[in-house]
Every structure is written in C-alpha cells, then in structure tokens.
Design a binder for this molecule. Structure first.
Ligand SMILES: Cc1ncc(COP(=O)(O)O)c(C=O)c1O
Length: 376
C-alpha cells in the first residue's frame, strides 16, 4: 500500500468490508474500483478488467447504461423519497408491482418490496409465519433449506443460508432452521448412482426430515433454482419435481430464491421456468435494477393449493420498514439485451425498475392475499 494518506490506507483505517478477512485486508489493502464501462471495470491504477461475474451477478445491463442513470436522475428530481405507510404510495411503486406480478413464472397476486435479497428472504420467512398464524397453526414455522445455499445475511436469512462460515461466530442458525443436502452430484453422489437416483435420494432425505420434525411444525422450503454462491450447482434431473411432490404431501410452502437466477440468467426469464418449479413465494433482486440501486421483491402466489382453515389475523401487521420509498425511475425504462436467449422484449421490460416499496400498504395487500388464499 502506498502513502499514509492514500485511499488504500484510508480504506483500511475507516472502512469495514463485507465478507472479507479483516486481518488479510490490513496486510493487503483494497482493490479500488473507479469506473465502469459496459462489461468492464477500471481500478484506481487504470487497469481495465472484464467483470466476468457482473459484480456478484448484478449488472445484467453493464456498468454504464445511461438510460438507467438518466431515469434515476429524473426521478430523484421529481420525487426522491416517499414512504408507503398509512395507505400512501409513490406512483411508480404501483407500476412495478403490477409488472412483476404479471411477468411471474406462476400466477402471483402481490409484490412486496425490500432493499436487498437478504431482506426479501427475511420477509418471505415472516410472511410464511404470518400466514400460518392467520391459519390458526402458529407452530408450523420451521424452515428447511439446503447446505451450500446462500439466502442472505440478516439474522433470519443467514439462518436460511446453508454455509457454515456464515453461521460460526454469530450463534446461527436460529432454532427452527434446518438444512438438507446440497444437490451437488459430483460431490454428493454415490459411486454408480444415476442422476435420477441421486435426486430421489435427496427427496427421500427431505421427506424423512419433515416426518422426523413433524409436518405440523414445518412451514416452508427455500431453494435457488441454480445454487449461485454455493458453487453454481445445477440440480440433477428430476430434482425439483421430486422435491415438490414431498412439499405438497406435507403441506409445506415452496419459496424460490431467484435473487441470482431471475431476469434471464438461466435462459428463461425465471430459473423456476427452466427447472419446472412452481413456487408459492418467489424472491428476486440483483438484475431487477442491474445493481444500480438496492431493490428486491417478494412475490406471493395467487392462491395455494393448501387451503387454510380460517382467515388470517386481523389488525395491523408489524412489519414493513420506512426505508422503502426511493421511487427512482418513473422513466427508468430498460430492456435486457435484445439478443438475450431469454427473448425478453422491450415491451416486457419497458417501464421497468420503478423501485419503491410497501410498508403498511403492503401489509394490507398481504392480508388480502392471505384472505384470498383462505377462501381458495
Ligand atoms: C441467491 C441469493 N439470495 C440472497 C442473496 C442476498 O442478497 P443481498 O446481498 O442483496 O442481501 C444473495 C446474495 O448474493 C444470493 O446470491
């Protein structure tokens, strides 16, 4: 590291990094990025890199898309912030919710907005708990996910995450968060075991865990279509079909974490479509704004097959936060590459990324969703 007042020294002195070995960081210092240009980034020394990982799978539209910058600028000048408590909503919030619901891989009814993928999964867990409370079965609240799956870093979403490094030193996972095997056939398959047989064994493992825990205590199963941070693990043939049969048998909700896979990354708009998943709840983020600003969404299925026994609780729910009102982008119209294999048309993506949020209003919608599920 050069000079005592250099950017690098100041970074070591003042900046606490995410997911970084802090001692090694003191020795080695940061790599400082100063510019983005299409699929490239440039560091403080002027070296240009191909960002092959799109900045942790975010910048689906590259690092210098001026339409996004212009739209954000226009919105920041028109209405830079507003909240969604007490029936209020920024106008752009409505259009984005409608767009997401209508483009979902399975019929969905509501979108709930958050700032990050972690918060989206955190909220998804709370929504599952809320639904089961409303259905008169509050004890049905355990969450199952897979080892190596990454679902976030908040207390709840880190508990859903199946990466031990993200649990040790934090006293996680919280009680009631359980993990089954990763569908990694190369590492987890038995000698001579076919893809299909491996998938069957994993489904049986899930079934056995739910039975052992008691189906009346297990609320939901979380899975990424393709596991990203866990090693880009593509599921074995037939895996999700078999897993979903187990979930249906035990009345366990299926949450698809599309934070990485959503918006064309698997060749279809959604990883759920690619792998035949029919989630009850879907979370998405990252390419939703190409990483240009923090936004994520939770989509809730129109009605589940599993009818609740009574309508959900009444009164105000206690979630949905203030920091939900940065409705950037009323003119934030973007499109994914026309040449993308997903065939996403400009019409589908126009008027996209109208970020903002639902607090109180959102919860009204969720109660509506739960009531609708109740009468299904
Ligand atoms: C599949 C998946 N879910 C959730 C998250 C958490 O998202 P965020 O970093 O926006 O909190 C990540 C982060 O990389 C992820 O890969």
């Amino acid at each position: 590291m050069d000079g005592s007042n250099s950017l690098a020294m100041r970074d070591v002195e003042y900046h606490l990094h995410s997911q970084t070995d802090l001692r090694a960081h003191e020795r080695e210092g940061p790599q400082i990025m100063t510019q983005g240009d299409g699929v490239y980034v440039v560091d403080a020394g002027g070296t240009r890199y191909l960002e092959a990982m799109a900045g942790l799978w975010n910048t689906a539209l590259g690092f210098s898309e001026s339409r996004l910058a212009d739209a954000a600028d226009a919105q920041m000048r028109r209405l830079p912030y507003y909240h969604t408590f007490y029936h209020k909503t920024p106008d752009v919030c409505i259009a984005l919710a409608e767009k997401l619901v209508t483009m979902a891989p399975v019929p969905m009814s509501k979108a709930f907005f958050t700032n990050s993928g972690s918060e989206a999964n955190d909220s998804a867990v709370k929504l599952v708990w809320y639904l089961n409370h409303g259905r008169g079965r509050p004890e049905k609240r355990k969450i199952i996910s897979r080892l190596r799956g990454l679902h976030g870093v908040t207390g709840i979403s880190a508990s859903v995450t199946g990466i031990p490094r993200m649990h040790v030193d934090f006293g996680l996972p919280l009680p009631g968060f359980l993990h089954v095997s990763c569908p990694h056939r190369y590492r987890g398959g038995l000698p001579g075991e076919s893809e299909e047989a491996f998938a069957t064994r994993l489904a049986e493992e899930l079934d056995a865990l739910i039975v052992a825990e008691g189906p009346d205590t297990v609320a939901a199963f979380f899975a990424e279509p393709v596991m990203g941070a866990g090693g880009v693990v593509v599921p074995p043939k037939g895996y999700f079909e078999k897993i979903q049969a187990v979930l249906r048998k035990h009345d366990v909700l299926f949450v698809a974490d599309e934070v990485i896979c959503g918006f064309g990354r698997t060749g279809e708009m959604w990883g759920s479509t690619t792998f035949g998943m029919e989630p009850d709840i879907l979370t998405c983020s990252k390419a939703l704004s190409s990483g240009y600003f923090p936004i994520a969404a939770v989509l809730l299925r129109r009605a589940t097959r599993r009818s609740p026994t009574r309508p959900p609780g009444t009164g105000a729910s206690g979630t949905g936060s203030r920091a939900r009102g940065i409705p950037w982008g009323p003119r934030w119209r973007w499109r994914l590459s026309r040449s993308s294999r997903s065939g996403i048309s400009s019409a589908m993506c126009a008027r996209w990324a109208r970020g903002c949020w639902t607090g109180w209003r959102g919860w009204k919608g969720i109660r509506w969703w739960a009531r609708r599920a109740a009468s299904a």
